[in-house]
Design a protein. Structure first.
Length: 273
């Protein structure tokens, strides 16, 4: 089938099925760029891979703002499940059209335990989304996208079809405002002067993730909540919200019932241990 026509079918199919973002990277982009170790590249994971289709779903900002909470945890689970369903449906559609396909599920881990020994997943959707032109990597190590900033999750479908590729964004979206580093409860992110991507203290972030897992309200995502990037901020425009984020930890330490944060603290107090 004509590759451009197949790409159009893919884009129409995933848009109609609810995907907010779709981008395509050629499998050789991993080799050209070289940042991802060889064993973690698409062709090493599945030899016939010629193209990688990355799908993204946004996370509604006011729900992310409640983190850590039952609302945020359930949203995270719902988005993950919908991503896997989208990836499954697209994989089967491509197979039926004679383009052999395979998808790597969205999270790629069964629990947090393996991260103590091997602190990465077998495949990075963040790098795939970057190669597919969906965004750029910010100081927080999240992929920042024009539409949702980092409030978006991804899944990747490998296919043997040679599809027309999208181009990675040239301009970094991260403005190095430092909000992610300042608001991280574990101080796991440190901005660097010599590059956009910050230093990331994985064990510190993992400690937070384990605390929240024990409290049944994983994941954290405070660094995604406070990032000012994303057109979603226009939809949910709230005056002074960035200042409010920056003052939140201190204000709630002084007064856990601070009325400014009542809607968030209410949702954090109920539904989880
Ligand atoms: S919060 Fe600021 S520094 Fe952190 S990723 Fe977003 S734009 Fe970059
Ligand atoms: S997920 Fe939470 S603990 Fe981890 S880097 Fe982001 S803000 Fe920090």
């Amino acid at each position: 089938m004509d590759p451009q026509a197949l790409k159009e079918i893919i884009v129409r199919f995933v848009r109609e099925a609810g995907a907010d973002m779709v981008g395509i990277a050629p499998a050789e982009r991993w080799d050209e760029d070289g940042r991802v170790p060889p064993d973690f590249r698409p062709a090493a994971l599945w030899a016939p891979a010629r193209s990688v289709i990355v799908l993204g779903l946004g996370m509604p900002l006011p729900m992310v703002e409640t983190t850590p909470s039952i609302v945020h945890m359930e949203l995270y689970r719902t988005v993950n499940r919908k991503l896997d369903l989208l990836a499954y449906d697209l994989t089967m559609l491509l197979n039926r059209r004679g383009a052999a396909s395979f998808f790597f599920p969205r999270d790629g881990f069964s629990s947090l335990k393996p991260f103590h020994e091997r602190p990465v997943a077998a495949f990075s959707h963040v790098m795939a989304a970057y190669y597919a032109g969906l965004g750029t990597i910010g100081a927080s190590h999240c992929l920042l996208t024009p539409a949702f900033g980092p409030r978006v999750r991804f899944v990747s479908i490998f296919t043997a079809a040679d599809l027309p590729a999208d181009t990675p964004l040239e301009k970094d979206l991260c403005i190095r405002c430092g909000a992610c580093a300042d608001c991280c409860p574990k101080k796991a992110i440190t901005l660097r002067k010599d590059r956009v991507v910050g230093d990331y203290d994985m064990p510190a972030c993992l400690e937070m993730a384990e605390e929240l897992t024990r409290r049944r309200c994983y994941p954290c995502g405070i660094c995604t909540k406070v990032c000012p990037i994303g057109e979603d901020r226009r939809l949910y425009r709230e005056k002074g919200i960035l200042k409010k984020y920056r003052k939140e930890a201190e204000a709630l330490a002084a007064d856990p019932n601070d009325p400014q944060y009542r809607s968030w603290t209410h949702l954090r107090r109920y539904g989880t241990p």
